[in-house]
Ligand binder design. Structure first.
Ligand SMILES: Cc1cc2nc3c(=O)[nH]c(=O)nc-3n(C[C@H](O)[C@H](O)[C@H](O)COP(=O)(O)OP(=O)(O)OC[C@H]3O[C@@H](n4cnc5c(N)ncnc54)[C@H](O)[C@@H]3O)c2cc1C
Length: 504
């Protein structure tokens, strides 16, 4: 009996030791499918000393320390997570960001970078970290937008905290626009480059991160670094691995302070035409032919469901002329168009303030049309799940990119094929409680990841996540992602979300 008791005590202490010795880079044996915000971590940071050190090091940005001001950082678009940060800082330059990282490191603090806070699950919030607001960041020239020529091609350099709307408005004065442009232009440049960025032009150019030619960012050691993704001209010292981590890196590898992106000429008008197709085959035909038309700027396919599915394809073509070729076309001047989208975002935001909900924002990426049609034909229930103004976009992925390679494994297996993205951000009127939505989402995902669909998903909606799930998602690339984290942020200054490396 005594031996039995000793064994129990031994096992108990072994478990305690195992838990307390848990490596901060994660242990793949733990599935951290923990609800967001459930962690209880002791915060070793002395925020007053951080402020003191910032002043000593010549920080020029804003120090936001009053409770009233900090409360404004305790919200996001999802409106479910509310964490008041102990300190918020709004740096104005890459040097300022470097000072913040240095002070945070010295005082054992963590940092969460925040763009416009449009995330759903508290990605840009924390009550145990400094919130670094990118809003006031400027380029070294003091501007927010510059146009330069690299290898004979025009590119735009953008400060990362500005909204796409502001960047597009300024670029328009140069007669230019980004090749991939968001449906919601009120998001920050750095924020969308940290998740991928899908929108107008994606059917031709892929994700926004596929159009980045160079980045400037501050790593977890406080070093200001320039990097260029693979395939772009770069100086010898530039580091591909750092760039591949930052793009789609959810703020876990560094703070992007500015980005250079591909641009194209901005015509002043867009002719938009919506057509209803009789069935799925015609719908897919239309989407595919529109995707291969170089003049198409906007391409959305909607499937709405009311007793029967209704297949709508919306195609927008940029034009120099305000006169539509077809009397059924609607015409929008480009900037007005951008403004209209901005307005739509504001309306969404207000409604999110009233009702706690989680809009399902879900991109499902699959390799080819055959799989896509098969899943729809064999799952009539799925069509009902997609009721509302849901749309599908065809997105050919431009080149392999670390995060997307793994998330889009099926695409790399079938090079050259199109990818379908399913975008469900407008179904909230049907599901205004997150619990209900969570169940629907979970069900939807189950269907999509099952054979023959085998889609890899790129989610930012409300589903359990954890190192184990990320590991599964990244597959063979997980070790590389982990190695990149250790190289760029060995002290884990950038607070990980959503639990890419740790269970909390
Ligand atoms: C309803 C809805 C619709 C959406 N539609 C689209 C869409 O059509 N296309 C699309 O691409 N995305 C879409 N998104 C996703 C959106 O792009 C991301 O939520 C994006 O991160 C928001 O940008 P933000 O500036 O608000 O970032 P935040 O919410 O402030 O931050 C998001 C993440 O990025 C990190 N981050 C922010 N800035 C930086 C930086 N400078 N350096 C490093 N890390 C940084 C943060 O730490 C955080 O992890 C949608 C989201 C919702 C909720």
């Amino acid at each position: 009996m005594k031996r039995y008791r000793i064994s129990i005590i031994f096992i108990f202490f072994s478990i305690v030791l195992l838990i307390s010795g848990y490596n901060k880079f994660g242990n793949s044996s733990i599935d951290g499918a923990k609800p967001v915000g459930a962690e209880e971590v002791v915060d070793p940071c002395d925020y007053n000393r951080v402020i003191h050190q910032l002043q000593e090091l010549g920080f020029r940005g804003k120090i936001i320390a009053t409770l009233e001001d900090r409360k404004q950082m305790a919200q996001d678009y999802g409106n479910r997570v509310k964490k008041i940060p102990p300190l918020s800082l709004a740096p104005v330059s890459a040097l300022d960001v470097s000072i913040v990282v240095t002070a945070a490191r010295t005082q054992k603090c963590q940092i969460v970078t925040r763009g416009t806070g449009h995330a759903l699950d508290g990605q840009s919030q924390s009550d145990k970290a400094i919130i670094l607001i990118t809003r006031d960041l400027l380029l070294p020239s003091g501007k927010t937008v510059e146009v330069l020529t690299r290898a004979g091609r025009k590119v735009a350099r953008l400060s990362s905290g500005q909204k796409w709307y502001d960047a597009v408005t300024k670029l328009y004065d140069y007669g230019l626009r980004p090749v991939v442009f968001l449906e919601i232009p009120g998001l920050s440049v750095g924020g969308t480059l940290s998740v991928g960025g899908i929108g107008y032009g994606s059917h031709q150019f892929g994700l926004q991160i596929d159009t980045v030619t160079q980045l400037t960012a501050v790593d977890g050691l406080g070093k200001i670094r320039d990097c260029a993704p693979k395939g772009y001209n770069k100086e010898a010292s530039m580091d591909d691995r750092f760039c591949e981590s930052l793009l789609g890196g959810q703020g876990q590898f560094g703070v992007i302070t500015s980005a250079e992106i591909e641009v194209t000429s901005a015509k002043p008008y867009i002719h938009v035409k919506k057509e209803v197709e009789p069935d799925l085959d015609h719908f897919l035909d239309k989407m595919e032919s529109a995707a291969s038309n170089w003049n198409v700027f906007e391409l959305f396919g909607y499937i709405t469901y009311d007793q029967e599915p209704r297949y709508v394809v919306s195609v927008g073509i940029t034009s120099d002329s305000p006169t539509p070729t077809d009397p059924l076309d609607t015409v929008s001047p480009f900037l007005l168009y951008v403004k209209k989208l901005e307005y739509a975002t504001a309306v969404d935001y207000n409604s999110s303030g009233r009702t706690p909900y989680s809009p399902a924002w879900l991109n499902l990426l699959v390799s080819d049309r055959a799989k896509f049609s098969a899943i729809f034909r064999s799952n009539p229930e799925l069509m009902k799940t997609l009721q509302g103004n849901d749309f599908f976009m065809i997105v050919p992925i431009k080149g392999p990119r670390l995060h997307h390679d793994s998330l889009l494994q099926s695409v790399t297996e079938n090079p050259g094929t199109g990818t379908f993205v399913i975008h469900l951000d407008q179904i909230r009127s049907d599901f205004n409680t997150s619990e209900e939505l969570r169940k629907r989402n979970a069900k939807l995902l189950e269907v999509f990841v099952a054979p023959p669909f085998d889609g890899r998903r790129y989610w930012i909606d409300d589903l359990p996540r954890g190192p184990k799930l990320w590991e599964l998602n990244f597959g063979a690339y997980y070790d590389r992602v982990r190695a990149n984290k250790i190289a760029s942020d060995p002290d884990m200054v950038f607070r990980p979300f959503p639990f890419l490396f740790t269970p909390n």
